[in-house]
Design a protein around this ligand. Structure first.
Ligand code: FE2
Length: 446
């Protein structure tokens, strides 16, 4: 399978020679009697650099790929953050890997956190789903651009634009309203991000320059391919968090050629050119941004997708793991494989955590103690791949997430052993944890 290279490049691809018109988009008669159809990813008047659209040449226009259907409920896929299905998250939260659940992948989606809502077209939802080998429904999601990352086995995305194979350690992005069919040869869980806001783009590199972080050429787009056997197809359509299902007498994957800059793509996160300090101090985690969905405010992301992969730690006289912090943004994290350096215990591949906007967090005490005492020789973090969905809106948790047996009820306990600064205790007679726990009224001392 070949791919087209380059983020938001203007790609052209044909499954059959002569499908694409030359010099225009919509001739009176398309080659082979095909139908021309434009799909846009931005308003028609969006400025250059943000204007997204593609032209497809297909057996039927997609208006023929609809049918009357029935509303269906998939209660654990949550796209509206109202009180009926979500609640406020005051404390840091963490979940063990979710158990696989029966059924097709759409009904297996379990949303953990949500910021904003599908109807507002701001924010995101973060979910985990189970994908089995059996035939899956085709999904058409009008609510969001979707980003998927398999956890234990590669998956394949068939779309109108062609097929993308997504290995463990890679991500795939599917445009809003595109038809997509997921498949796998081995059952796997997948992380699923719905981006309700602006489509993802690469972050501005600023002083970094023209190269680095996620490089444009490493984003790969599918070459045109279509389903030749036009068989009945089961479709689930999603709009404002509601679902409708119907059956088509044919396949929606009937595009023989397309051109444009708006299409699904994949990216191998191991190709991320990780930059960091070669002198001292830990940079802000924005240095690890792969993709960003900008908000209306310059410099503020609706969502940043951030990756923590293999890298060298060489900073001198520096506490090398992430520092303790309160972030004005909200942080959902997951782990594809390996160990995350700030949380060596309890944060597991396939698991997740939430540190909400302004919520204090940082290394657990074990990680702090070891990093404070370790010899600062160059050290390689290997075999690790963690990620973060960082949002400007606070993230609520679903009732499922709150009540799941996989939620670690004692997560905040990872900071319980934190000791007050020892020399200050001696110098100023500040009570240590032990005496403070025995005497609850002195919490405002010092
Ligand atoms: Fe953080």
């Amino acid at each position: 399978m070949s791919y087209l290279s380059g983020f938001r490049n203007y790609h052209s691809t044909e499954a059959l020679a002569g499908v694409l018109p030359i010099g225009q988009n919509s001739p009176q008669r398309c080659a082979f009697g095909l139908y021309a159809e434009q799909i846009s990813g931005s308003a028609f008047t969006a400025p250059q650099g943000h204007n997204l659209r593609s032209w497809m040449y297909r057996i039927r226009p997609s208006v023929a790929h609809r049918a009357d259907g029935d509303l269906v409920e998939f209660v654990n896929w949550v796209s509206q953050s109202d009180e009926s299905n979500t609640q406020i998250a005051f404390d840091p939260l963490r979940w063990n890997p979710l158990a696989a659940v029966e059924g097709h992948w759409v009904e297996s989606v379990r949303t953990l956190t949500i910021a904003g809502s599908a109807s507002s077209q701001i924010g995101m939802s973060a979910s985990i789903a189970t994908l089995y080998e059996q035939q899956q429904p085709v999904l058409q999601n009008h609510d969001a651009e979707m980003l998927v990352m398999p956890i234990s086995s590669s998956i394949s995305l068939r779309t109108e634009f062609g097929v993308l194979d997504i290995g463990v350690g890679s991500l795939g992005v599917i445009p809003r309203s595109a038809f997509v069919e997921l498949s796998t040869e081995n059952t796997t869980q997948i992380y699923l991000l719905e981006n309700y806001g602006s489509p993802f783009e690469l972050p501005n590199r600023g002083a970094i320059g023209a190269n680095g972080l996620a490089n444009e050429r490493d984003f790969e787009y599918p070459t045109a391919s279509f389903v030749e056997q036009q068989t009945a197809t089961w479709v689930i359509e999603k709009r404002e968090g509601r679902f409708r299902e119907f059956t088509l007498e044919h396949s929606p994957f009937d595009v023989l050629g397309w051109h444009g800059n708006h299409a699904p793509y994949r990216y191998d996160l191991r190709r991320f050119n990780t930059l960091g300090s070669i002198s001292y101090d830990h940079p802000d985690p924005s240095i690890f941004t792969v993709l960003t969905s900008p908000s209306q405010t310059a410099g503020v992301a609706n969502i940043d997708v951030v990756v923590f992969g293999d890298r060298w730690l060489v900073a001198e006289n520096t506490f090398r793991p992430p520092w303790y912090h309160r972030n004005v943004m909200a942080e959902f994290m997951g782990l594809i494989y390996g160990t995350y350096d700030a949380k060596p215990n309890g944060f597991l591949p396939g698991g997740a955590s939430l540190h909400n906007a302004g919520s204090p967090h940082g290394p657990d005490y074990d990680a702090f103690s070891k990093a404070s005492a370790s010899e600062l020789t160059p050290h390689k973090l290997s075999g690790t791949l963690a990620f973060m969905f960082e949002t400007s809106a606070p993230q609520r948790i679903t009732h499922f997430a709150a009540n799941a047996t996989e939620r670690q009820k004692d997560y905040v306990g990872c900071w319980k052993d934190i000791q007050p600064a020892s020399q200050i205790i001696k110098e100023f007679n500040v009570p240590d944890n032990k005496s403070r726990n025995n005497k609850s009224t002195d919490s405002h001392n010092g």
